[in-house]
Design a protein around this ligand. Structure first.
Ligand code: PLP
Length: 369
């Protein structure tokens, strides 16, 4: 059996997807070509691209008022591409950012290079919630507490902080466009496009290999790019060319397309959401009933995708990782800014993987507790 891979990203892909890609590697559907060898403008790849977009639209119920863009540069390139494209939406050239973890902090810092960018809210400080002390970046600032300038061109948030394990999706209409970094929870749950105006995500967490960036944007937000914005990163130009302004990451789009078809076999986003809830619940319940392991994120905003956990005795961290690897449980090391461990349980990981992890953790505790 393949080991279970808990990597935060690039992360595990479903075995069925990898096997299909392997079977089609040298000859896609009798074309005599690998997908990597096809013209991006040929009939074969156009079919792959069009199906990928349609399946994405079906899965997330993307309204017709939104464009779907296949871009490159990853989510961090979007930290600059978003302000270059959207600050011009309003006269003042302003944007407000919610900082709720490492990724949104990076977004906020990068955006400052492009205009008048302010904090709407910041969880990088300790607070008290329901009488509980919450450390910095282990909670999410309630939307009712945000400071939004009515003259702002947009507000930027991160729906799932992959490093801190903080997730929030209960967006409210703000009166200005809402831009969401959904890199690590896209396709794990539905998105409400009534309150969200743009979503972007690097593909390598839940939608395929690295190299592809997904952008879903309300068409009324197109056309406000600055003169300095590279054409290949100008949403309006990319949309006008059906993401073919320059050569798109063809193989990554093909792999994302296979992921979308696989997701449809899992009951779509609604089906996988149920599985994700069950997986996360099982693991958090185990952690909360343990004195040997713990998760410190505020309960109402715990991520379903990325679950950091600490051992009561950090001297055992190295031993834990070594033995986990021997038990076929890979890439559990926590991010250095948080320490300890992190189990990323994206769509591709079944409940069985979480059960195997818990069984190992129980056994490790018996032997080292
Ligand atoms: C991984 C990640 C990023 C960075 O993605 P790159 O594609 O490496 O630039 C940004 N935001 C979130 C939420 C992420 O999980």
């Amino acid at each position: 059996m393949r080991p279970w891979n808990f990597s935060a990203g690039p992360s595990a892909l479903p075995l069925a997807v990898l096997e299909q890609a392997a079977a089609e590697m040298t000859d896609w559907h009798g074309s005599g070509m690998s997908v990597m060898e096809m013209s991006h403008r040929g009939a074969e790849f156009m079919q792959i691209r069009d199906e990928a977009e349609q399946d994405l639209r079906d899965l997330l119920k993307v309204p017709d008022e939104f464009a779907v863009l296949f871009m490159q540069g990853g989510a961090q390139a979007q930290n600059a591409i978003v302000p270059m494209n959207l600050l011009g939406l309003a006269e003042a050239g302003q944007a407000d950012y919610v900082v709720s973890g490492s990724w949104s902090k990076k977004s906020f810092q990068e955006a400052q290079r492009y205009g008048d960018v302010a904090l709407a809210a910041n969880s990088d400080q300790a607070t008290r919630i329901n009488g509980q002390e919450q450390a910095a970046l282990t909670w999410f600032p309630e939307p009712s507490t945000w400071t939004i300038r009515p003259t702002a061109s947009y507000v930027h948030v991160c729906a799932n902080e992959t490093i801190g394990g903080v997730e929030f999706n209960d967006w409210k209409a703000l009166g200005v466009p809402l831009v969401v970094d959904a890199s690590s929870n896209i396709f794990s749950r539905p998105i409400d496009f009534n309150t969200v105006d743009m979503v972007y995500a690097g593909a390598q967490k839940n939608a395929g290999p690295a190299g592809l960036t997904l952008v879903i944007i309300r068409k009324t937000l197109l056309g406000a790019a600055s003169d300095q914005c590279p054409s290949a990163f100008n949403y309006e130009i990319v949309a006008k060319h059906d993401s073919m302004f320059n050569t798109p990451p063809t193989y990554a789009i093909y792999m994302a397309g296979l992921m979308f078809k696989w997701l449809k076999t899992q009951g779509g986003v609604e089906g996988i959401e149920k599985a994700n809830i069950a997986k996360a619940q099982l693991f958090y319940d185990y952690l909360d009933n343990s004195t040997f392991y713990r998760n410190t994120v505020e309960k109402s905003v715990r991520s379903r995708m990325n679950i950091p956990f600490l051992l009561a005795n950090p001297d055992l961290d190295k031993q834990f990782l070594t033995e986990a690897g021997q038990a076929g449980l890979l890439q559990l090391k926590g991010h250095k800014s948080v320490g300890g461990m992190r189990a990323s349980i994206y769509n591709a990981l079944p409940l069985e993987a979480v059960q195997a992890l818990i069984a190992f953790m129980q056994d490790f505790e018996v032997r080292h507790g």
